[in-house]
Design a protein around this ligand. Structure first.
Ligand code: FPP
Length: 280
């Protein structure tokens, strides 16, 4: 079945975004502020996590419609295990329910599901549901939704070092063959390109042990919205902001392919220029 189409005003918003520049290939999100969103309303913290699932649904759908190829969500960190037992257990129940409820819809929307992290640490029923969902959706060609579960960047790098150590001992790799690309290939994200855009909600200015190796050149965007209030309009604002950035990857502006002397102004840029000139 085809991807659900955006409607009316939303479609116009998406069309504008698609015309105004590149949509990031990979967006990673630190979903933060569920507890504060709930507390502000006099509700228990879990109510924020519940509403957060609705934000997940909306953002996944909008990313699919926009042609984003990868969306990685920091759903449960290694450190989150230290939360009160009751909250951890409610979060696991909620995750299980969300996976069960959304599986068919994700599949119909051509989403491919992946998980990164210490998956073996999750309750058995969550692991089973995840494996079932990943198997069902493995051939889908739309958005790849990556759930970071029991994940942390330091866990990922430590695991990669163990893998490299094992392969060095067996003689499969030699010291001089250790390059940045090789290290990347031992990370949980080996088949996923690095994020172009990292969004964090709730205004906090921290990386919180997320994809610490992979975000070396990601553009950062901090949203003041708490995650349960973060919906597609906020995503569009983040993408529009991303489109205004100049990604130099350590080089100077003039070296970037789009700024080489004599290179024609890209059509999209030219269209924008003509539009603004006609208003003068
Ligand atoms: C951070 O808010 C959020 C989490 C630790 C969990 C995120 C989980 C969900 C949105 C639900 C399930 C996810 C999926 C993928 C279906 P916080 O609790 O740290 O909020 P606070 O900083 O205000 O305390």
């Amino acid at each position: 079945m085809a991807l659900e189409k955006p409607t009316g005003h939303d479609r116009k918003h998406q069309e504008r975004l698609l015309q105004s520049g590149e949509v990031p290939r990979h967006i990673a999100i630190i979903m933060d502020g569920n507890g504060r969103w709930a507390q502000r309303r006099g509700l228990p913290r879990i109510a924020g996590h519940h509403e957060g699932v609705n934000s997940v649904r909306d953002i996944v759908e909008a990313c699919g419609q926009l042609g984003v190829k990868y969306l990685t969500l920091y759903a449960f960190s290694t450190e989150n295990w230290k939360r009160p037992q009751e909250e951890v257990s409610l979060l696991m129940r909620l995750l299980l329910k969300a996976l069960r409820d959304e599986k068919d819809r994700l599949h119909q929307n051509e989403v491919r599901l992946k998980a990164i992290g210490d998956i073996a640490a999750l309750p058995q029923d969550v692991q089973d549901e995840l494996l079932d969902g990943m198997e069902k959706m493995k051939k889908n060609a739309g958005l790849t939704l990556v759930l970071a579960l029991s994940y942390s960047g330091r866990w990922d790098i430590t695991n990669a070092i163990k893998g490299i150590w094992d392969d060095m001992r067996s003689g499969a790799i030699k010291r001089d063959e250790i390059t940045q690309e090789l290290v990347s290939s031992y990370l949980a994200t080996s088949e996923i390109p690095d994020p172009d855009l990292l969004i964090r909600t709730s205004g906090e200015l921290r990386i919180s042990n997320f994809l610490i190796w992979q975000i070396a050149y990601s553009e950062l965007y901090i949203s003041q919205s708490y995650w349960p209030a973060f919906r597609r309009k906020d995503l569009y604002a983040a993408i529009a902001d991303f489109q205004r950035r100049e990604r130099r990857f350590g080089m100077v502006s003039e070296q970037l392919p789009q700024n080489e002397p004599g290179r024609l102004v890209p059509l999209r840029g030219m269209e924008r220029f003509l539009k603004s000139a006609s208003k003068l």
